[in-house]
Design a protein around this ligand. Structure first.
Ligand code: DON
Length: 598
């Protein structure tokens, strides 16, 4: 939270009582873990804990030592417990990632992929672990086109061919081994217990499974996994056990990387592939590699933005848009005013147009990252924006660069008491991925192949225009929008955030960071404020409920094609770090989100 005047701070005893409730469970961590609390620094500020700010309609959850903010309670608490016991943020992120595969099956996963951005306090540096899926060796450019050259969406989205070679297990184990302190067995034990002993079906889990029931029932193994033996749904409060998934997790715990990419689990994956025209082979699994990359970096005024590089488009476009917007006085325009929304919209059109041409897997295509995030390029792009009139998307081509190059995902954020921060987004792509469970494993397959340009020039499932650069090639990573991001203030990590939502991830992270950086909002308010989205094509400005009709009318008068979107935009899980305090907020746009802190 940004600095609060002392008159609006309240005293320590009450504050400590509230802070210890940050886990949202009866908790005596402040007492039992007293010796692990950094008391010296605590003493400096313990009389001035900013619990209540009478000017704010939304307040974050506050903690002192460690925090996990994620889409589901049990998994967030797994991470927080690891932090309490002395683990670092990477340990907690890995344990939470494995636990979400059990408790949040629509997006938590073993057979998906993602990106983990880490700030390492001791080294004062950031690193990005790319565990995005790869196309199998037998994949080819036109594999999803039928004989007439039309896209076969059923095969692209909901078949064994939809699956890229999974990266999650490799990514989690890589992070743990290189930057964690726990053993593999320790990091996996909570997830194994949750799968083996079962979890009570929460309202959100019930809702999520119900929403995809029709598709899940089509696949016999998914039907066995998600429904009772007689085929009926589990009710809220029922205990849901996942014995097959517990076994798969145990294989990983005992055998490590080989427990998934070799051995019996791999065998079950390839047997399933062979049964129905899937492409992933034993060799593909054995060949899968995590790539550790340099994050993308940019600045916005005094802030530094560190985010996800290609094969995600997210970080590049967030920095690019911030560069363009830095040239305007956004504060003077007013938050979510017509002028503000107009300038964001025009910046989004330019960035998403560039995405369609330039962005792809950097191991296959030269992605001109340096030029795209260059302030001079932003200056040139800014000249293309008319401050009073919308430029139709058809009139916007991807920008001329300067010089040469020298529907479910989930995000969670973790901070520990040592100063490490993790911002992680991973996914199966759609909710429950391809809706296909590999028999015997309890594990859903991703449908991430759909993020390639299956038919270059056409739009993907999120309506994003996909260029030739993102065509399917063996071993290639499909272009992503996932944008785990950390913003730094005065050289210190200040805000960790990210979101699901396919194409809207980028605009969601952009607006969340602007709300905090420009408009001084606390992280709960920054998450709650209405958001808008434009992705160049189609030429539609989607606006959530909550914008004033006056604003909408002004935007329409400027030529913007406003759609008061029926869906909300993104779902952030964020931590703000300020003066030794942790402020967490799980976006209220989706049910079940949780802040676990101590
Ligand atoms: O990597 C991507 O950009 C997409 N596969 C993310 C999918 C997603 O966010 C779906 N969530 N609602």
């Amino acid at each position: 939270m940004n600095r609060l005047p002392q008159s609006r701070l309240i005293l320590s005893l009450f504050s400590l009582a509230i802070a210890s409730c940050a886990t949202q469970e009866p908790d005596n961590a402040f007492v039992s873990d007293a010796d692990s609390v950094p008391m010296a620094s605590n003493a400096d500020t313990s009389t001035l804990i900013p619990i209540i700010d009478y000017k704010e309609r939304f307040l974050p959850v506050i903690a002192r030592n460690g925090m996990v903010v994620g889409p589901e309670q049990l998994a967030a608490e797994v991470g927080a417990q690891i932090l309490r016991q002395g683990g670092n943020a990477i340990d907690a992120a890995v344990a939470t990632g494995f636990a979400l595969a059990v408790t949040y099956p629509r997006a938590g996963n073993l057979a998906g992929g993602g990106f983990m951005l880490i700030h390492l306090a001791d080294d004062d540096r950031e690193t990005l672990i790319d565990y995005r899926e790869t196309a199998p060796a037998a994949a080819s450019r036109d594999m999803f086109l039928d004989n007439e050259g039309n896209l076969d969406k059923q095969r692209e989205y909901f078949s064994l061919q939809s699956a890229g070679v999974p990266g999650t297990v490799a990514g989690m184990l890589y992070a743990l081994e290189k930057y964690g302190t726990l053993t593999r067995e320790q990091a996996l034990a909570p997830a194994i217990a949750l799968a083996r002993d079962g979890i009570p079906v929460s309202y959100s889990l019930f809702f999520e499974i119900s929403a995809s029931a029709q598709n899940l029932r089509k696949n016999p193994a998914a039907k066995r996994q998600f429904f009772q033996p007689d085929g009926s749904a589990y009710a809220v409060g029922d205990i849901w056990r996942q014995a097959d998934l517990a076994w798969t997790l145990s294989e990983i715990s005992e055998e490590g990387i080989n427990g998934f990419y070799g051995g019996e689990v791999a065998q079950l994956i390839t047997t399933e592939m062979e049964s129905g025209g899937g492409l992933i082979t034993a060799q593909d699994l054995a060949d899968y590699r995590v790539v550790e990359r340099q994050p993308v970096r940019g600045t916005y005024k005094d802030f530094e933005i560190v985010s996800t590089p290609p094969p995600s488009s997210g970080g590049v476009h967030i920095v690019q848009m911030l560069n363009i917007l830095e040239g305007y006085d956004l504060q003077a325009m007013g938050h979510n005013s017509a002028a503000y929304v107009h300038h964001l919209t025009e910046s989004m059109k330019l960035a998403y147009a560039d995405r369609s041409l330039y962005l792809a897997d950097p191991d296959f295509v030269d992605v001109p990252v340096t030029q795209l995030v260059d302030k001079a390029y932003a200056e040139q792009q800014r000249q293309r924006i008319d401050s009073n009139v919308a430029t139709p998307s058809v009139d916007i081509a991807p920008g001329q660069l300067l010089g040469n190059e020298s529907t479910e995902t989930t995000h969670y954020s973790v901070a520990d008491r040592f100063g490490n921060v993790v911002s992680n987004t991973y996914t199966l792509n759609f909710s429950f991925g391809s809706n296909i469970v590999v028999p015997g494993t309890g594990m859903l397959l991703n449908n991430e192949m759909a993020d390639f340009a299956s038919s270059p020039g056409s739009a993907n499932a999120f309506g994003l225009v996909q260029g030739e650069a993102n065509k399917i090639e063996p071993g290639k990573r499909p272009l992503s929008s996932m944008s785990p991001t950390i913003v730094f203030r005065a050289g210190e990590p200040w805000l960790a955030t990210g979101s699901p939502g396919g194409s809207v991830i980028i605009s969601t992270v952009l607006q969340t960071t602007l709300n905090a950086m420009v408009f001084d909002m606390n992280i709960a308010t920054a998450a709650a404020e209405p958001r808008m989205h434009h992705q160049w094509m189609p030429d539609v400005l989607k606006m959530e409920e909550g914008f004033s009709l006056d604003t909408v009318r002004l935007l329409q008068a400027m030529g913007q094609n406003v759609d008061m979107a029926s869906r909300t935009t993104g779902r952030t899980n964020s931590i703000m770090l300020d003066e030794g305090w942790l402020y967490g907020s799980s976006d209220t746009r989706r049910p079940g989100g949780w802040v676990a802190g101590y």
